[in-house]
Design a binder for this molecule. Structure first.
Ligand code: IMP
Length: 200
């Protein structure tokens, strides 16, 4: 059993969905993931890279549970903003609701051609077995900022993250669809392949 170091119920549900689908493909893969019930302080995630944030989160939880821990850090990177907000995604506009943040970004790109709206979600996952033994994997999915806030599925910036090949936002997608293409899917699939192969 692995603990998942997150306070975000959406992320946890997505990871469980990715794991369920993975187990359908590999029925003998018997990993169990449980959300940790300890309060992870916000200050833990104040590093400049997804990797450092994920490692620190995993180490913090490991100190409490002394069992293997999975942690992830993710963000939205906008090309024309030089990759911002990136690792700071959860910290921007702290006084705005998520709906207001989504609307602000949609307004920002409303008169811009698609080539100026390129963005990506990045997910960095870390599995930590003990204090010094940990491995990490990354997933990236490319998209465009939508100029309309659309869809009520997912969380965060999903209603403005346009996935071009399906011509819909992540907010319009069923969780099973998002969890077959997302940055989180790509990162966790690499993690599950690594654990299944057992070469650690
Ligand atoms: P953190 O990984 O908890 O620091 O949060 C990263 C932030 O990036 C979240 O609060 C969301 O705003 C955003 N984010 C990361 N992944 C997703 C996603 O799958 N959908 C929507 N927003 C995301």
């Amino acid at each position: 059993m692995f603990y998942f170091a997150t306070k975000n119920e959406h992320k946890y549900n997505e990871v469980l969905t990715i794991l369920k689908n993975y187990k359908e493909e590999y029925p003998t893969f018997n990993l169990e993931i449980k959300k940790v019930e300890i309060n992870i302080p916000e200050e833990i995630e104040s590093f400049n890279t997804y990797y450092d944030n994920a490692v620190k989160k995993a180490q913090y939880v490991y100190h409490h549970v002394f069992k293997p821990v999975i942690a992830e850090d993710s963000g939205l990177e906008i090309d024309q903003l030089l990759g911002f907000p990136g690792v700071a995604t959860s910290k921007i506009f702290p006084k705005l609701t998520q709906e207001q943040k989504n609307q602000a970004f949609a307004n920002m790109v409303s008169n811009l051609p698609m080539e100026f709206r390129k963005c990506r979600y990045v997910c960095r996952v870390v599995v930590l077995f003990d204090f010094s033994r940990y491995y990490s994997f990354e997933g990236v999915v490319e998209g465009f900022l939508s100029d309309v806030v659309i869809g009520s599925n997912g969380f965060g910036f999903d209603p403005i993250f346009l996935y071009p090949s399906m011509a819909m936002t992540f907010g319009q997608m069923d969780i099973n669809v998002k969890c077959s293409i997302s940055h989180r899917y790509i990162a966790f699939k690499k993690l599950f392949d690594f654990l299944r192969e057992g070469s650690y």
